[in-house]
Design a protein around this ligand. Structure first.
Ligand SMILES: NC(=O)c1ccc[n+]([C@@H]2O[C@H](COP(=O)([O-])OP(=O)(O)OC[C@H]3O[C@@H](n4cnc5c(N)ncnc54)[C@H](O)[C@@H]3O)[C@@H](O)[C@H]2O)c1
Length: 368
């Protein structure tokens, strides 16, 4: 199979879909990889790195798109990439089609087979190509929260670790899934006082066990959340209701009870956010203040650390890329039902139930 890696063109996106090591692995399996020049620069990889790994470098994105069987990307195809799509092409990337009618229509119109990272699902319901980015966002949330708490950045001037003779800051983590657990890990690591709230007692039991009672776990209900919000210096929003908008756990009245200069890092912003006052921001201008509370609501947090994010993402995607290339996409999907769930569109039809439902389109079975 010939695989193409174009340079990402979404603003502020510096990740790349395959590392030079990944290229080498794919080439060892007997496949060919075409990489657009400078595709890896934002993640710390030069064109020479790719060439030494066995890639053929292409000057323009169009050369990559038109000469390969499968395009592998990070972000969804942008409008400038729509004309590069063609019948029979496979595109393997984050698609998030249920929130993007235009892209869905373009994939259908061009009869492209769109395989979405985010809908590949293991038998236990977990989403293996989303987990690495949740790990990154969870760990980064405390770093961004600490930065936002600094006085020059609008925060209340609190050092979360405290110093000798001065108490540590208080971190409230709402949600104890992948993002929440990773936020807790960093917050505990810097010595903050941590409270974590989830509605799933098993998630709380796990954290209580791991940290041997050195943090406070509370069941998710309105009273607990309200009490803890007024104590917190940093609140991290990390809840998820699969396939739905994030639950609104913080309303405008809550903000009035929070400390002036406290910070909400709303990681769940990509699902609408947990605070009534949250609205998406970008890395260029990540925060704003409402009622004295600093809001950090960047919807693609892992983009801030492309060096780590690229490696974490490609660790997870590479086995699927090799699976698809070795067996062919349809045989690979036949062998691996989890991968089959990734097929969102094929031959001009929608092949994923969630996307069909979102746009009231007919659902077609996946057949070659
Ligand atoms: N902003 C970003 O860059 C970025 C990056 C990665 C993930 N995310 C988002 O972060 C969110 C969390 O992702 P995750 O991977 O940790 O999900 P997850 O499914 O692993 O965890 C979600 C947790 O929320 C809990 N929960 C659900 N409803 C709740 C409620 N009402 N009260 C208390 N707890 C509740 C669940 O029990 C679960 O433990 C998602 O919205 C995800 O899309 C954002």
């Amino acid at each position: 199979m010939i695989i193409g890696i174009p340079r990402e063109i979404k603003p502020a996106e510096a990740r790349v879909a395959m590392t030079p090591e990944g290229v080498r692995a794919v080439c060892i399996h007997g496949h060919e990889v075409l990489v657009e020049t400078r595709a890896g620069v934002g993640s710390g990889f030069t064109d020479d790195d790719y060439q030494h790994a066995g890639a053929r470098m292409m000057q323009a994105a169009a050369e990559v798109w038109s000469n390969v069987d499968m395009i592998v990307k990070v972000k969804e195809p942008m409008s400038a990439e729509y004309p590069l799509m063609r019948e029979g092409l496979f595109v393997f990337t984050y698609l998030h089609l249920a929130a993007d009618r235009k892209l869905t229509d373009e994939l259908l119109r061009h009869k492209v087979t769109g395989i979405g990272y985010e809908t590949i699902e293991l038998p236990d319901g977990s989403l293996p190509l989303l987990i690495p980015m949740s790990e990154v966002a969870g760990r980064l949330s405390v770093q961004m929260g600490s930065w936002s708490l600094e006085a020059p950045n609008g925060g209340r001037g609190i050092l979360l670790s405290g110093v000798s003779g001065v108490a540590q800051g208080r971190v409230l983590v709402l949600g104890a899934g992948t993002v929440g657990k990773n936020a807790v890990r960093i917050a505990m690591g810097i010595g903050a006082r941590v409270v974590v709230i989830d509605r799933d007692p098993n998630k709380l039991r796990y954290l209580d066990d791991i940290y041997q009672g050195r943090l406070v776990t509370l069941v998710g209900n309105a009273a607990n959340i309200e009490d803890e919000l007024s104590n917190a210096d940093l609140v991290i929003g990390a809840v998820l209701l699969a396939g739905a908008k994030a639950p609104r756990l913080i309303n405008r009245d809550h903000l009035k009870k929070m400390k002036t200069g406290s910070v909400i890092v709303d990681v769940s912003i990509d699902q609408g956010g947990i605070a009534e006052t949250s609205k998406p921001t970008t890395h260029d201008d990540p925060t704003y203040v409402v009622d004295g509370v600093v809001h950090y609501c960047v919807a693609n947090m892992p983009g801030a650390v492309p060096g780590t994010s690229t490696l974490a993402m490609t660790n997870a995607t590479l086995p699927y890329i090799i699976e698809i290339a070795d067996a062919g996409p349809f045989e690979a999907a036949h062998r691996d039902p989890g991968l089959a769930r990734g097929f969102n569109t094929h031959a001009g039809q929608v092949t994923h139930a969630g996307v069909a439902e979102a746009f009231d389109l007919p659902l077609a079975p996946l057949t070659e």
